[in-house]
Design a binder for this molecule. Structure first.
Ligand SMILES: C[S@@+](CC[C@H](N)C(=O)[O-])C[C@H]1O[C@@H](n2cnc3c(N)ncnc32)[C@H](O)[C@@H]1O
Length: 489
């Protein structure tokens, strides 16, 4: 597709729908006539949606493969990435709009056709693609992937979608905000209603809209310079506000930075860096070289930072992960590339069930339980995950979280510390789990998180002394941290 094939701004419509006009994305083609091949960038986005829907793939993992297979680079790759990720993120809003444009339930629309319609809606309503280009390329896509009949249907539906702006559509199809805030927010901010309710409970009604809006903004790439192995100077970029090891990547790819390519630095949200730091900085009475455990380590981002911090303090880290293939990823993250041995500070990787971990009771000085959770605090970086989780997942996860935390406390020596963390702010997974475990034991107390993490402003968690970070306040994932101290015997 040559630059001259790119569509021009549609002046007739720009006033009516009041949308910004600028780059139009890769080329266009007509809605009639000979079958045209689908535009490669739109085809890539379509394939990503299909992999997410059919194979339960993660969009961010499948995207590079699809882009590579279709030979997309530069602007075309960026366009396909925004198209796929933005469509998945905004799917709730687009489905409400499409439902108003189609005279049968969306469940009765063929899944591939619905994917094409969602992609078209995203281009029309949220990207700066002129309507005629968005509609004609969607028609081409439908014709090449599904057939002539669906192509006509796509044409008719997207023409209806293009008659109003996103803001006008939300007013038309969402419940009235004053009558049903959560129903309105579910459509306006594209979150399942149960998620809106749980997040509102955690952050407060006055803040929930800001949180939901922040969930829809892809985060900047944050890097970590693992101490003793690399430095912030090697990373470039702007230092993060709270983690002394973090920097925000300003441009380019992390893989192009030698320290990242060599495993001495990595990509890691600032909130995750603060979790590792909170465990390392918990004040413990010295009893000789410490042994630390990361009980739920896969894929190993926090283990890599913990090992570096342990090495600086003369301690050693054991990393445990239930799923063998994820334990393999932890091992890779802990390998010193130059020698094929584990990095300084890392003592070993175990593939075991953390609820029955094969270690002696009381053997560890510090234990991290970075618990499997709904991940509702990391929606910014996983566009499809909000549609995968259901409220029913919570019950299973809460049981597992309690068991993992209880076992972790048994493995911690008297006087030692356990850090319980989730990348979810849902109270049942944070406050609920900690209070449940506290109520069952007499040898445990919550200790205020001091040092670096304790100084993050406006980060008080739901139990005194705990910390809750937020995307809209701190620019991090919504990590919850509770430091539990086991009493001396
Ligand atoms: C939130 S993730 C941990 C992320 C990791 N700490 C990091 O920073 O890369 C939770 C991990 O717990 C693992 N897990 C789930 N059930 C477990 C169990 N019973 N024992 C140990 N690990 C478990 C999951 O496979 C997942 O890798």
């Amino acid at each position: 597709m040559s630059p001259s094939d790119r569509a021009q701004p549609n002046r007739a419509q720009s006033g009516r729908r009041n949308r910004g006009r600028g780059p139009q994305g890769p080329g266009r083609s007509g809605t009639r006539g000979a079958t045209k091949p689908a535009d490669p960038a739109r085809l890539a986005a379509f394939e990503v949606l299909k992999a997410v829907r059919v194979d339960e793939a993660y969009a961010n993992l499948v995207l590079p493969h699809v882009l590579g297979r279709l030979g997309l680079e530069g602007r075309d790759a960026a366009f396909a990435t925004e198209l796929a990720s933005g469509t998945l993120r905004q799917q709730g809003t687009y489905d409400a709009i499409l439902a108003a444009c189609i005279d049968r339930p969306l469940a009765k629309v063929e899944a591939k056709v619905l994917d094409v319609l969602r992609l078209g809606a995203h281009q029309i309503l949220s990207m700066r693609v002129p309507d005629h280009a968005a509609i004609s390329t969607s028609v081409d896509l439908a014709r090449s992937k599904v057939g002539q009949g669906p192509a006509g249907f796509v044409n008719a539906v997207l023409r209806k979608v293009s008659r109003s702006s996103l803001e006008e559509w939300v007013i038309a199809v969402a419940p009235a905000r004053e009558k049903d805030h959560d129903g309105w927010a579910a459509v306006a901010f594209s979150h399942p209603r149960w998620v809106v309710e749980r997040l509102a409970e955690a952050v407060g009604r006055d803040q929930v809209d800001a949180l939901l809006a922040a969930d829809n903004v892809p985060p900047a790439v944050t890097l970590v310079a693992r101490p003793g192995r690399s430095s912030l100077e090697e990373l470039g970029g702007a230092p993060t506000a709270h983690s002394p090891y973090g920097a925000t990547l300003e441009s380019g790819s992390p893989a192009g930075i030698p320290a990242v390519a060599e495993g001495r630095a990595g990509v890691q949200d600032e909130g995750s860096q603060l979790v590792a730091l909170a465990l390392a900085e918990a004040g413990l009475e010295s009893r000789g070289p410490e042994v630390w455990l990361d009980a739920c380590a896969g894929p190993g981002g926090k283990s890599a930072l913990l090992a570096a911090l342990a090495s600086q303090r003369g301690a050693s880290l054991v990393a445990n992960e239930r799923q063998p293939h994820r334990a393999g990823l932890v091992r890779q993250n802990l390998l010193a590339r130059e020698s094929d041995a584990l990095v300084p500070g890392a003592a070993g990787v175990v593939a075991g069930d953390g609820t029955r971990a094969p270690f002696r009771a009381g053997v560890f000085d510090r234990v991290l339980v970075d618990a499997p959770c709904t991940g509702l605090g990391a929606l910014r970086r996983r566009p499809e995950s909000r549609w995968r989780r259901t409220a029913r997942d919570l019950d299973v996860l809460i049981d597992l979280q309690r068991s993992l935390l209880e076992r972790a406390i048994d493995l911690t020596r008297p006087g030692g510390a356990v850090l319980y963390a989730t990348c979810s702010p849902v109270l049942a997974e944070t406050q609920g789990v900690v209070e449940h475990v506290l109520s069952a034991r007499s040898d445990l107390r919550v200790e205020p998180i001091a040092a670096t993490v304790g100084q993050v402003p406006n980060s008080a968690g739901p139990i005194a002394g705990t910390v809750q970070l937020w995307p809209h306040r701190h620019g991090t994932d919504a990590m919850f941290l509770a430091l539990l101290r086991r009493d001396e015997a």
